[in-house]
Design a protein around this ligand. Sequence first.
Ligand code: NI
Length: 139
Amino acid sequence: MGKIERVGVSLDQELLEQFDALIAKQGYANRSEAVRDLIRARLDQEQLAKPATEAVAGILLVYDHHATNLSAKLNHLQHDHLLQIITSTHVHLDHHNCLEVIILKGKVSQIQSLADRMTSLKGVKLSRTNIMSTGKELT
Ligand code: NI
């Protein structure tokens, strides 16, 4: 971490009260850590807008394992992207539905492309991709 700078910020009282209520609910011990997290999240968002940024992600898929060849197609996609896949976990949710969680790393563009290919497979009911940079650029 670099040198610490103290900054003063002028805020509308009502806005500050809303912020304080929010961070109290979230469990922050003080405003400083909450503000640092907000700044990091915004900087991370800027990084993720660049396709070449190194990132990590979790892809969650809910699908019907009876859908024709879907499990095999998902497996093929993962074998074709060994460099990006860190691990995956399969959970049987009920008689029909499965949850697959795939954790991956790579460039934003590679992750997004793989997530799109999985999401668009016939039989995938729900999908969500949570992506963030590796934190290397953030203090
Ligand atoms: Ni299953």
